[in-house]
Write a protein that binds this ligand. Structure first.
Ligand SMILES: Cc1ncc(COP(=O)(O)O)c(C=O)c1O
Ligand SMILES: *[C@@H]1O[C@H](CO)[C@@H](O)[C@H](O)[C@H]1NC(C)=O
Ligand SMILES: *[C@@H]1O[C@H](CO)[C@@H](O)[C@H](O)[C@H]1NC(C)=O
Ligand SMILES: *[C@@H]1O[C@H](CO)[C@@H](O)[C@H](O)[C@H]1NC(C)=O
Ligand SMILES: *[C@@H]1O[C@H](CO)[C@@H](O)[C@H](O)[C@H]1NC(C)=O
Ligand SMILES: *[C@@H]1O[C@H](CO)[C@@H](O)[C@H](O)[C@H]1NC(C)=O
Length: 438
């Protein structure tokens, strides 16, 4: 057995991982077959990379699997946050390639690059960001300043600070089209800033004067491609493109805006590294964003930037080097995993009349060179049953935690559900949807 396993290569494992698809995992669950597909595949992990984490995961999977077989209904499934743990499987398979070792005497200074407008930006991180956008083709980087942030969350605040006039007679209005990302209203208002204030849904916004419109595309929570809506003089746009990556949506053309935000949380799944970046055209705006980060955190963790740089490097490398034949291409593998999750979710939802999902139109993805379907990081589920007014409470009654429509400025008939949890919890979720509908 050991000999057999040792002849497996990384390539075999990755191909295998695609085969290890959710239909099979589902079957294991539904049949209650405890010695199923899960462990037999997971056990191959360590033999590939001699990876301690893989061993740990194997143990976790075994314990969860054996305790969730029949009694699965008792378990609370928390799909409220968009915690991208689904991505662990891919990075585990990349083994040591993304390991970063930082000696104790490294990166001690506050300063990364004093010659750069963004003096706390690690040159290696900037290099990998440019390289990744060039390979994926999702953003124009020529003539842009990169501002790195502690997640794109910090950059949203930095942008609001930079774009609001300092001597305005009243706070600048911040708007977005509902359903909008639930953090925008809270972020805009939590410090009761005199500079800016949340002004709600673009569709009901009719105040004269300057405003900032946050354009999220594809959108969180519903996954649709978005353009600016208000379209009046004095409007300043911030494009939050956290999900503009080929695993979620067709890459139609390189984004070419004044201020665009990205984050590793949604691109690679490294939410805990807390690194985001802004591509900013106007140097004055970029300087003000840098000023905000200076006042807020005096820069951004250099250690995190170095780790993020390494992860982006490997991501780009697997994509660049004849991706389809190596079987390691990050975007292709995650694209297929997402496609499979969406196929299974749609099958479960369409198997009854309680719920519905948005209808998406396919588009041509210039990165994957084929027509692809949007397959968002969140499912925007509607409770169709007339008896259910509050979908979040209804699902909570079935021990599924989601985020209700009201948080996004719309009806409580909707909920947002993370599609990025680990396989085991996603399968449990599908199983529970089927039971609710039966
Ligand atoms: C649209 C959007 N923007 C920004 C963020 C913040 O991401 P982070 O601070 O992890 O980079 C999120 C996270 O869910 C998001 O969905
Ligand atoms: C997953 O397995 C099912 C059959 O069990 C198959 O129809 C489907 O094509 C597979 N999907 C992928 C992405 O390999
Ligand atoms: C599944 O979800 C539960 C509840 O959120 C969590 O405690 C558990 O760690 C998850 N299991 C895995 C393997 O992610
Ligand atoms: C408003 O937006 C639409 C659609 O993007 C565009 O066609 C139109 O020219 C815009 N109008 C103004 C005044 O900018
Ligand atoms: C990525 O590719 C470059 C150029 O092909 C190579 O020099 C570098 O070592 C690779 N990095 C990793 C981490 O594999
Ligand atoms: C569809 O519903 C039937 C009957 O309730 C059930 O046996 C089956 O597993 C369901 N299929 C899916 C994909 O949910």
């Amino acid at each position: 057995m050991a000999k057999f396993l040792s002849i497996f290569t990384m390539r075999n494992l990755l191909v295998l991982s695609l085969a290890l698809n959710l239909s099979l995992i589902m079957r294991v669950f539904l049949d209650g077959e405890k010695q199923g597909f899960f462990f037999s595949v997971e056990q191959r992990g360590p033999s590939m990379g001699e990876d301690k984490e893989a061993h740990a995961t194997q143990r976790t999977l075994q314990s969860v699997s054996s305790s969730s077989g029949q009694e699965g209904m008792e378990k609370v499934i928390n799909l409220d946050h968009g915690d991208p743990t689904m991505y662990e499987k891919y990075w585990m398979m990349m083994g040591e390639r993304t390991t970063v070792v930082i000696p104790g005497w490294h990166s001690m200074s506050y300063f990364s690059d004093v010659k750069n407008l963004c003096w706390f930006l690690e040159p290696e991180f900037a290099k990998q960001v440019f390289r990744l956008h060039r390979v994926v083709g999702n953003a124009v980087t020529e003539g842009r300043h990169i501002v790195v942030g502690t997640g794109s969350s910090q950059l949203i605040l930095a942008a609001l600070f930079a774009l609001s006039p300092k001597d305005g007679s009243e706070p600048m209005s911040v708007v977005s089209t509902a359903p909008y990302y639930s953090s925008y209203p809270v972020m805009s208002n939590h410090l009761k800033s005199g500079l800016y204030v949340w002004a709600g849904d673009t569709r009901s916004f009719n105040k004269e004067g300057p405003y900032i419109e946050l354009v999220t595309s594809p959108n969180n929570p519903d996954g649709f491609v978005r353009h600016s809506m208000v379209n009046r003089t004095g409007g300043i746009l911030v494009h939050d493109l956290a999900y503009y990556w080929p695993q979620y949506t067709p890459i139609s053309s390189p984004a070419d805006h004044d201020l665009t935000l990205f984050t590793v949380s949604k691109a690679t799944g490294h939410a805990g590294t807390r690194i985001g970046w802004a591509l900013v055209k106007d140097a004055e705006v970029a300087k003000k964003m840098v000023k905000f980060i200076e006042l807020n955190t005096i820069g951004v963790s250099r250690d995190s930037q170095l780790r993020a740089a390494k992860i982006l490097e490997v991501m780009t490398n697997t994509t660049e080097i004849g991706c389809s034949d190596s079987g390691e291409s990050f975007f292709e593998i995650i694209y297929h995993l997402m496609a499979e999750r969406w196929r299974l979710l749609q099958a479960a939802v369409n198997n009854g009349s309680m719920f519905s999902l948005p209808d998406f139109a396919p588009g041509f993805c210039h990165f994957l060179q084929q027509e692809t379907q949007p397959q968002p990081a969140f499912a925007w589920l509607k409770c169709e049953d007339d008896a259910v007014e509050d979908c979040e409470s209804f699902l909570k009654g079935h021990k599924i935690l989601t985020r209700g429509g009201r948080s996004f400025g719309v009806s409580p008939k909707y909920v947002r559900i993370s599609m990025l949890d680990r396989d085991i919890n996603f399968s449990l979720f599908l199983k529970r949807l089927s039971i609710i509908q039966s």
